[in-house]
Write a protein that binds this ligand. Structure first.
Ligand SMILES: Cc1cc2nc3c(=O)[nH]c(=O)nc-3n(C[C@H](O)[C@H](O)[C@H](O)COP(=O)(O)OP(=O)(O)OC[C@H]3O[C@@H](n4cnc5c(N)ncnc54)[C@H](O)[C@@H]3O)c2cc1C
Length: 290
């Protein structure tokens, strides 16, 4: 496995630089400035601590590999992505899983990040414990920052218990009606006409809820639901073949809203943060995280 020292040397302290993960969201935030060098983060699991529910990995580790290893320990992390995607890329993009109502949001996954800053020096953000109240919460700033503030080499992540079982159901009932029959669904999606529901947990509980939902007309689906990603700024018309995640407040509008939704104050604050972290603009130049 590549060491933090080697990663730091590749990044250097002068040229424009970006970390390439699996490339599954490579153009998000805009194209990279010409002449930017691309480096890869260290890959591999460094340490599992299942009893403390943390895992330490190279940020270049494939998400699928990590999730597979964790499955053996009946744990998982609240990150998801297509084949080839990496832990670091997923954190830098910062989208939450459609199961976030059960497993939590992407911004809560990162406990510690061993990074290289724009000055080419290593620094550590956060710490390896869930309850860490010292200093600024840099880890939450790094998630979704698209690698524009610092480049992550090694990360410590919070794991979650993996549910014993899960089942998808489909029906035409309103969400309020469905909620009366299950305690806390892992996912509730809507495709414009039907509601899709994922219930997870201990086998006994899932069986009970499933029976109750079937009685009110929900139909059990075989296997996993294929969920096409819904792009930001999607409209009702885009829903054919797409889904809305009803639990995290996603809504559709009849008018396109692809223009920037971020307020001027937040943009100003973001620019100040960027200036402080990366005064010469050498980290992922050309990319805008919002
Ligand atoms: C079809 C599809 C479905 C998806 N579904 C889900 C989903 O269900 N749930 C979910 O949470 N997400 C989902 N995603 C988003 C997914 O998390 C990201 O696309 C993916 O994990 C990015 O990883 P990557 O290795 O391919 O990153 P890349 O595309 O290689 O990089 C993305 C950005 O992150 C930066 N970056 C990469 N590594 C680092 C690093 N170590 N340090 C700093 N910056 C870095 C890159 O420079 C780049 O700007 C989906 C994406 C796609 C395309």
């Amino acid at each position: 496995m590549k060491s933090m020292q080697e990663f730091t040397e590749e990044i250097g302290d002068t040229s424009f630089v970006s970390v390439r993960g699996g490339g599954t969201r490579w153009d998000l935030g805009g194209p990279l400035k010409e002449g930017t060098i691309e480096v890869e983060a260290p890959q591999g699991v460094i340490d599992f601590k299942p009893e403390e529910m943390i895992v330490r990995v190279g940020a270049g580790t494939k998400l699928s590999k990590l999730q597979n290893d964790l499955t053996e320990l009946r744990q998982e992390i609240a990150l998801a992505g297509p084949p080839g995607s990496t832990v670091g890329g997923s954190l830098a993009v910062g989208s939450s899983s459609h199961r976030s109502a059960r497993i939590g949001r992407a911004c809560d996954v990162l406990l510690q990040a061993d990074c290289v800053g724009a000055d080419g020096k290593q620094f550590v953000a956060g710490g390896p414990t869930v309850k860490n109240v010292t200093g600024y919460d840099i880890c939450r700033l790094l998630v979704s920052s698209l690698g524009t503030l610092a480049l992550m080499g090694v990360v410590t992540l919070r794991t979650r218990p993996k549910p014993e079982t899960g089942v998808w159901l489909r029906g035409e009932l309103a969400l309020e009606e469905i909620r009366k029959h299950c305690y806390r669904p892992a996912s509730v999606l809507h495709d414009g006409s039907k509601t899709f529901l994922l219930i997870e947990g201990y086998e006994k509980d899932v069986e009970k809820e499933k029976a109750s939902l079937e009685k009110i007309g929900m139909e059990v689906l075989d296997g996993q639901l294929e969920i096409p990603p819904l792009q930001k700024g999607a409209t009702k018309e885009d829903l054919n073949g797409g889904f809305l995640d009803l639990q995290v407040g996603a809504v559709y509008s009849n008018t396109p809203h692809c223009t920037n939704q971020i307020s001027e104050e937040v943009q100003r604050l973001s620019r100040r943060i960027k200036k402080n972290f990366d005064p010469t603009g050498r980290l992922n130049p050309g990319r805008m995280p919002y």
